[in-house]
Design a protein around this ligand. Sequence first.
Ligand SMILES: O=c1ccn([C@@H]2O[C@H](COP(=O)(O)OP(=O)(O)O[C@H]3OC[C@@H](O)[C@H](O)[C@H]3O)[C@@H](O)[C@H]2O)c(=O)[nH]1
Length: 429
Amino acid sequence: MSTHEIRTLDKHGNEITTVGFQRFGFDSEVPLDVLRSLYLRPHYVTTAPSTDATAEDTAKEEQQHARFIGGLGAYQSKSIYHPDTQSISYTTLTRFPPVKLIPPNQRKRILVTGGAGFVGSHLVDRLMVLGHEVTVLDNFFTGSKTTVSHWVGHPNFELVRHDVVEPFMIECDQIYHLACPASPPHYQFNAVKTIKTSFMGTLNMLGLAKRTKARFLISSTSEVYGDPEVHPQPEDYWGHVNPIGPRACYDEGKRVAETLTYGFHRQDGVDVRVARIFNTYGPRMNPADGRVVSNFIVQALKGEEMTVYGDGNQTRSFQYIHDLIDGMIALMNSDETRPVNLGNGAEFTIGKFAELVRDVVEKVQREDGETPKKVNIVYKPIPMDDPQKRRPDTTRAKEVLDWQPRWTVEMGLEEMVRYYKAKMTEGSI
Ligand SMILES: O=c1ccn([C@@H]2O[C@H](COP(=O)(O)OP(=O)(O)O[C@H]3OC[C@@H](O)[C@H](O)[C@H]3O)[C@@H](O)[C@H]2O)c(=O)[nH]1
């Protein structure tokens, strides 16, 4: 077992130790180690010592764990598995990660809908560490309590099980409205519910923003551009969407959500922000989510065939979660009311991407002293209306937010592979 430290380098070869930045009159920088301690091995499971376990075994386990989270073990719960009785005992946190102490006039009451989802939970970590008061609203259809459970009990945090299709009233200063299933198999599972969530959920949250005068940010999507005829896609491209196809519940849903957002902006003066998010990946993505990055990593780690849909010549551009969260916080705190693309311009054909994921998985396995299993890439039918190409034009984000992605796709993939590997070790994949 290797115990070397994990170093993360950006596009220019500089080490990444913090995410966020100092901009818009405040400092949103947070240490990467603290965030990592929240998602790398979030539910660290250890096996209760059996009579034949040696002190060396226990020390090894602790050492392996420490490698992932630096010295921040106090910010993680530790669950103990008892093989004899097939039971598990959960511990709660003894200490929360330190949160910034900010003056009351800078401290915001922030509502995050969909806050227990993949993107939402990372946003919540960031907003909490920055010292804000955060309320998470989630119906746990695709989100999971475990993504934010490490904040439960913290005086600045509140978790509410609620479906945004029903009205919800709260006093708040900012609303990040993220609630909606986002992976194609999930959003197509109940198309009517997806479009209802997009429309009624956004209507309810905009109503709340109007009443409270909160600033409202909606997570829109690159899917509003459909199967684009303009490449790369700038924000003023109107898109090429099939209004009655299987993806319509999501792409038309988000288009109407944008329409509603600008309706409230023009008619009622609601202060709005629209983030059009391109393909994003990272830890806490549900391994059974069905999207390409999670599918490929899990398949390669398990030594199963990697499934490329179609001929693999369609393209996507992949952004790491921390870059997205940087962009969303920058957008919320900027004056830009027009839509802003948030994505990484690194474009891959899906066929090439499968090879890249396989290489990264093998690299991490070798670093951990394992012998990688040779996995094959196989081809499956392409889903209907699957966009042929996609890459963000991020000129606007650069100009108005001074934001550009820092993470290379390889670095982000490495971290995500480590996350899934740890989940496999503890038996939750
Ligand atoms: O196992 C797989 C999964 C997916 N794919 C392909 O990989 C590409 C990407 O598929 P994903 O399901 O990850 O994501 P898509 O780009 O289709 O949709 C995504 O777009 C942007 C976001 O708003 C949404 O989260 C999601 O809908 C597609 O061409 C898909 O057909 C595979 O080849 N194999």
